[in-house]
Design a protein around this ligand. Structure first.
Ligand SMILES: NC(=O)c1ccc[n+]([C@@H]2O[C@H](COP(=O)([O-])OP(=O)(O)OC[C@H]3O[C@@H](n4cnc5c(N)ncnc54)[C@H](OP(=O)(O)O)[C@@H]3O)[C@@H](O)[C@H]2O)c1
Length: 311
């Protein structure tokens, strides 16, 4: 039975989650526990079960597990939950999982998801998402979920976005359907592009933004990135940079960022998909981005020298 026949006759969808880290673990466990669909976890090392710690309860899920892309077949949905820089290494999974009626939801930070995924998904349709929840992988088979905003996701108010909302029914995860996805994607990118490399480069958590001398740098970099966002068509107000800077000061000082954790662990960071995306869009729109370019260059250099080697 083809995936579309399966979906039409049973209402159940076959969902493959590629990458079972902080974000993928939470969504795979939540969908499996909701019981409405058949969930397959595509990962590199097998697990027997998947525990999701939530503030209200702990879920024990048992999705089907695949560790070899050659065992995968076409699915109705693929949720791509790797870091952006691991998109290319996920190609063998995407190749096997995607058919003409497959939708690929991209659960990655950044902008331009559809363009980034196009070379890997063949005839499938890309559904960009913005993830707002906080996920933390505690062990290969255990993740923690924390609500970090009114919504756990935002998607575009179009056919793909509405299908994603329907897919997640029963998980209790609120989703914003946005008529202006570009603006909210850029708004999240501004913060990620500026704040994440600063924490990773200084090896300090969000408390670093409370330093008085950090204010001017952060504000200037955010203003630079906001100008690029506007030129790219996002509806970003004149006060957005100072609003985002003020927001940074409301985050717990001991909260890290994924780039900070990646640097500590000696993993390559997502800086190209975040700060690099701002610099690239600046080039397209002929807007100078010296501060973002500096953060990008320093982070690329830091990425090439795992921190453990220096100690
Ligand atoms: N964590 C958050 O709270 C949060 C919030 C909002 C947005 N995001 C965004 O969500 C995305 C995912 O981040 P994350 O925090 O979930 O990252 P993560 O914890 O590092 O998880 C990424 C997972 O992808 C897996 N992976 C990488 N390449 C793979 C491949 N070729 N095949 C199969 N699995 C592969 C990794 O597996 P291994 O264990 O084998 O390396 C890892 O389990 C990023 O774009 C991030 O910026 C994260």
């Amino acid at each position: 039975m083809s995936p579309s026949d399966h979906a039409a006759t049973s209402g159940r969808r076959r969902i493959a989650v590629v990458g079972l880290g902080s974000i993928g673990g939470v969504i795979a466990g939540s969908l499996d526990a909701a019981g409405r669909h058949d969930v397959t976890a595509c990962l590199r090392r097998g697990i027997d079960r998947l525990i999701v710690e939530r503030p209200d309860r702990t879920i024990e899920a048992r999705p089907r597990v695949l560790t070899d892309p050659s065992q995968a077949a076409i699915h109705d949905w693929v949720l791509l939950c790797t870091k952006a820089q691991d998109t290319a290494s996920s190609a063998p999974w995407l190749q096997r999982l995607c058919g003409p009626s497959t939708r690929v939801a991209v659960l990655q930070n950044g902008i331009g998801h559809a363009e980034r995924l196009a070379p890997f998904v063949g005839p499938a349709t890309v559904v960009p998402t913005i993830v707002y929840y906080n996920g933390e992988r505690l062990a290969p088979d255990r993740v923690r979920y924390r609500r970090a905003s009114d919504h756990d996701f935002a998607v575009s108010d179009d056919a793909g976005g509405r299908a994603f909302v329907e897919l997640l029914e029963g998980t209790g995860m609120p989703i914003l359907l946005s008529p202006d996805f570009k603006t909210i994607a850029w708004r999240k990118l501004l913060l990620n592009a500026v704040a994440n490399p600063i924490t990773a480069l200084t090896l300090q958590r969000q408390g670093v933004f409370r330093r008085e001398d950090m204010g001017t740098l952060v504000l200037s970099a955010l203003e630079e990135a906001a100008a690029v966002a506007r030129a790219d068509g996002a509806h970003i107000g004149d006060d957005e940079a100072s609003r985002l800077q003020a927001m940074l000061l409301t985050f717990p000082p001991d909260a890290g960022t994924s780039m900070y954790f990646d640097r500590l662990a000696g993993r390559r960071s997502e800086v190209d998909a975040l700060t690099g995306a701002v610099v690239a869009a600046g080039e397209r729109h002929h807007i100078a981005t010296p501060l973002c370019r500096m953060l990008l260059t320093l982070m690329r250099a830091a990425d090439s020298t795992p921190i453990a080697v220096k100690r």
